[in-house]
Design a protein around this ligand. Structure first.
Ligand code: SF4
Length: 212
């Protein structure tokens, strides 16, 4: 969170997972050794140090910045308590009829761009025949409940336009364009009924930003 990125932590957690599997084949230990290896690594230290940063921003931007400065600069993440989020993210949704409608301006092609070209830049790729990695616990929920109550927010929060509500013969249909997914996992976290499950896709399909 303080670095506003996490690619290095994601890579390290993958490396520890690979080491755990290797350990399992060599010594036959069960895979729970992952937690021990994780806690011994720099990854744990770095994430533990940053644990209070995001929750402190629930007090507001100014207080969050002040607290984070004290926590990170003076105490270096060693304050003897851990702040908690009061709600899971998906619990904070208001119903569509209580919330203002936001009209997003069209991309200006200078600092904002359309979703399709931004998705292309991620270099994410799925082979045609791989199993769909976005699952619905209840396939009827998006149309029968989420559309009416929340105006199906997946249409807007997904940065890649994966989810659409299309009309076919006057009947609403929830469409998942899984091949466009850029693996941010927002839907898994944000869906108000926790109905969308993001499972790990096949292969190393990206994102692969060319200049990173
Ligand atoms: S993980 Fe979910 S929200 Fe993110 S791009 Fe894929 S479908 Fe969209």
């Amino acid at each position: 969170m303080p670095k506003i990125k996490g690619s290095h932590t994601a890579m390290k957690s993958g490396i520890i997972a690979a080491e755990t599997i290797n350990f399992h084949f060599e010594h036959g230990d069960n895979l729970s050794v992952y937690e021990k290896l994780f806690k011994k690594s720099w990854l744990y230290k770095e994430l533990f140090k940053a644990r209070n940063v995001k929750p402190s921003f629930s007090w507001g931007l100014i207080l969050g910045i002040i607290f984070t400065g004290i926590d990170q600069i003076f105490f270096r993440g060693k304050l003897p308590f851990t702040l908690k989020h009061k709600h899971a993210d998906h619990e904070t949704f208001g119903s569509a009829n209580e919330m203002p409608k936001i009209e997003y301006p069209k991309p200006d092609n200078i600092i904002t761009f359309d979703k399709t070209s931004s998705v292309y830049l991620t270099g994410t790729n799925h082979t045609d025949n791989q199993p769909v990695h976005l699952k619905l616990k209840d396939p009827n929920l998006p149309i029968n409940y989420t559309l009416e109550k929340f105006d199906e927010p997946a249409q807007r929060y997904c940065p890649a336009g994966v989810y659409e509500v299309q009309k076919e013969n006057d009947i609403n249909k929830f469409v998942i364009n899984a091949q466009n997914c850029i693996h941010c996992k927002t839907c898994d976290i944000k869906e108000p009924s926790q109905n969308i499950i993001w499972v790990t896709p096949e292969g190393g399909g990206g994102p692969k930003y060319g200049n990173m």
